[in-house]
Design a binder for this molecule. Structure first.
Ligand SMILES: *Cc1c(COP(=O)(O)O)cnc(C)c1O
Length: 234
């Protein structure tokens, strides 16, 4: 495992990309996506100074957070069903993948019970790929964003997307530009949105150039995921 070296290399890259894009590297939160990796991998990254970690399965997030006793800041980035909200609200500082008002209402209810204000991002499908999660229709996006303001135990902090799965850089960039412009539009209309969660191992350079404030990096830190094994065996 080269976790510490990989983290170092990525931070160096972020620094260089920011220098040529005229951005401040302090504006970019690096989230280490530890899904399908074991507790020892997370602990190794944590020992190397990594604080923010991302998970995409509710029970895996809960299981890991119970074992690892630390000040990790957990991000939930996966598809979330209403009956699993309880596992996530207990643990996650940020939920990136809110894709309906019903889900937001459920998160609000759970957060109230847990006496917390849950930070969330709304997930937008910017790639025209049906397999991807996230809102697509303007009317749906507006409905969710404008109604979340009424939910007292939720704090909307940004928008999240995944770029299309392609080697065509123009298509990837288009997807990130779309999200940035959508955010700008809402900000102009008085919605407080700080974060753009976009960019993964293969496309974070483009994402940073287009304004990302949260990049979600898995394989470039931890290596290839082995889905034939559970995280408990790794
Ligand atoms: C797995 C995952 C990532 C990280 O992907 P890598 O290509 O391994 O960097 C980022 N975002 C989401 C939503 C993911 O599910």
């Amino acid at each position: 495992m080269m976790i510490e070296q990989n983290l170092y290399k990525i931070k160096e890259n972020i620094f260089n990309i920011c220098a040529s894009a005229n951005r401040n590297p302090a504006e970019i939160k690096l989230i280490a996506v530890s899904k399908n990796f074991g507790v020892r991998h997370i602990e190794e990254a944590y020992a190397a100074g990594q604080i923010d970690f991302g998970e995409n399965r509710p029970q895996e997030l809960e299981g890991k957070s119970k074992i690892i006793d630390s000040n990790i800041c957990w991000h939930f980035i996966g598809n979330l069903q209403k009956n699993k909200v309880k596992y996530v609200v207990k643990t996650a500082e940020f939920i990136h993948s809110v894709n309906s008002l019903e889900l937001a209402e459920e998160i609000n209810k759970r957060s109230e019970k847990n006496d917390k204000v849950q930070k969330i991002l709304v997930e937008i499908n910017t790639s025209e790929e049906e397999s991807k999660q996230g809102l697509t229709k303007d009317s749906e996006i507006e409905k969710v964003i404008y109604n979340i303001g009424d939910l007292k135990n939720i704090k909307l902090v940004g928008l999240m997307t995944m770029a299309p799965y392609t080697e065509d850089e123009n298509k990837i960039r288009k997807s990130f530009v779309f999200l940035r412009m959508l955010k700008d539009k809402f900000v102009q209309n008085g919605v407080e949105l700080k974060h753009l969660s976009m960019g993964m191992s293969s496309d974070y350079k483009i994402a940073i150039e287009e304004g990302s404030t949260m990049i979600r990096i898995g394989s470039a830190i931890f290596g290839d995921r082995d889905y034939s094994k559970s995280w408990r065996e790794l």
